[in-house]
Design a protein around this ligand. Structure first.
Ligand code: NAD
Ligand code: DAU
Length: 350
């Protein structure tokens, strides 16, 4: 039985990857290692938590001794590393937490894999899940390819870029069998309501202001989270060692246009006058260092490994809104407690 360590499996994307692997590969044992920060939530995994091929381990990747002892005890064959501090706005407030988890935590995992795998690299794989933000910002034209030079602008993207460099360095220096993917913005069920889509869905639901940064003209390339998980599956199993793959949906939206699509769909579901929630749109001070546009060229992944997105955006956003409507308890529990303190700090009493 193959043993695979998935880090950050209680978070947004990680929980979808854990679910996919536990259900699709009954002959793998999946170990989900997660610190359960504010972003980690075991409620994301109640449907698979009792499966015989699944084990949850609460732990912090910043603890290097713990990582080494887990590798020694469980003799993992593979790692899919998603654990990270992932929110740009939080990185602007507290960069050091991002350095610790995203950089030091990643190097701890690399060191543990290197130490335990050194005598037999056969069948081993260290998969690092990264972001398109490492490439910086695009103007109105062009796409990020795997050849685009790194140019991170936020503490978050700088920490992810640094972790990518360490992963490549361990491949080139020690021969560790690594692989990296850089994905565009994800959306879908279970995303913590600090990120644009779930934050605004929740605020529309509660008739609260929608804090649009700057003029709302920044562009993001949105991918449904299940399609990201499917890409990770394909890359983990078929991608050659040392490679990098960009993952994206060819689905670019200006923030303000995306927000209006959400408002239209939400007003319909809430029985409000169509478009009436547009009155909640509130333009606020722009995010510092705000990247204008991200857009991914995923042709390498599509041509070499045969992945492509399964969903059109209109269907994905409907499914997402339905999920949040059907899981109001999840939304209410994630927005109680410390969430309110975070909200007040970021957005004042708007
Ligand atoms: P998330 O914030 O929802 O989840 C992160 C998970 O990591 C949480 O469960 C948290 O508890 C855990 N974690 C944080 N610090 C930890 C630590 N020190 N030790 C162990 N566990 C820890 O993040 P997400 O949006 O699911 O992103 C997952 C990964 O995918 C990240 O590496 C992120 O950089 C990358 N990514 C995200 C997106 C996106 O749009 N969300 C896009 C591309 C890449
Ligand atoms: O591109 C991949 C990245 O996408 C991931 O690596 C990150 O983990 C993920 O958080 C996401 O980063 P963004 O900064 O693009 O996502 P966010 O949802 O925070 O913001 C999306 C856009 O919406 C961005 O242009 C900022 C804007 N925004 C965001 C918030 C939270 C607002 O206008 N108002 C807001 O309140």
């Amino acid at each position: 039985m193959k043993k695979i360590l998935i880090t950050g499996g209680a978070g947004f994307i990680g929980s979808h990857v854990v679910r996919l692997f536990v259900n699709k590969y009954p002959d793998y044992h999946i170990f989900n290692l997660d610190k359960l920060t504010y972003a980690g939530n075991l409620l994301n995994l109640t449907d698979i938590e009792n499966k015989p091929n699944y084990t949850f381990i609460k732990g912090d990747i910043v603890d290097g001794d713990l990582m080494l002892s887990l590798f020694k005890t469980h003799q993992f064959d593979g790692v899919i590393h998603l654990a990270a501090e992932s929110h740009v706005d939080r990185s602007i407030e507290n960069p050091m937490e991002f350095v610790m988890t995203n950089v030091v935590g990643t190097v701890n995992l690399l060191n543990a894999a290197k130490a335990v795998w050194k005598d037999n690299l056969e069948g081993k794989r260290f998969y690092h899940v990264s972001t398109d933000e490492v490439y910086g910002a695009l103007g109105h034209e062009g796409f990020f390819t795997e050849e685009t030079a790194y140019d991170p602008h936020s503490p978050y993207s700088a920490s992810k870029a640094s972790s990518d460099h360490f992963v490549r360095a361990y491949h080139d220096t020690y021969g560790l069998p690594t692989i990296i993917s850089n994905c565009s913005n994800n959306y879908g069920p279970n995303q913590f309501p600090e990120k644009l889509i779930p934050l605004f869905l929740n605020n529309i639901r509660n008739n609260k202001p929608l804090p649009v940064y700057g003029k709302g003209e920044n562009v993001r390339d949105w991918l449904y989270v299940i399609d990201h998980a499917a890409a990770i599956d394909v890359i983990y199993h078929k991608g050659p060692d040392g490679e990098t793959y960009n993952i994206g949906g060819h689905n670019e939206w200006k923030n303000i246009d995306l927000i209006k699509v959400m408002i239209k769909a939400m007003d319909k579901k809430l029985g409000r006058e169509p478009g009436s929630s547009e009155k909640l749109i509130t333009y606020v001070t722009d995010r510092a260092g705000h990247d204008l546009r991200y857009a991914i060229d995923s042709s390498k992944l599509q041509n070499e490994l045969g992945w492509k997105p399964s969903l059109q955006f209109e269907e994905g956003i409907e499914k997402t809104i339905d999920w949040y409507f059907n899981n109001e308890d999840w939304l209410d529990s994630t927005t109680s407690g410390d969430y309110q303190k975070y909200y007040d700090k970021m957005y004042g009493n708007r």
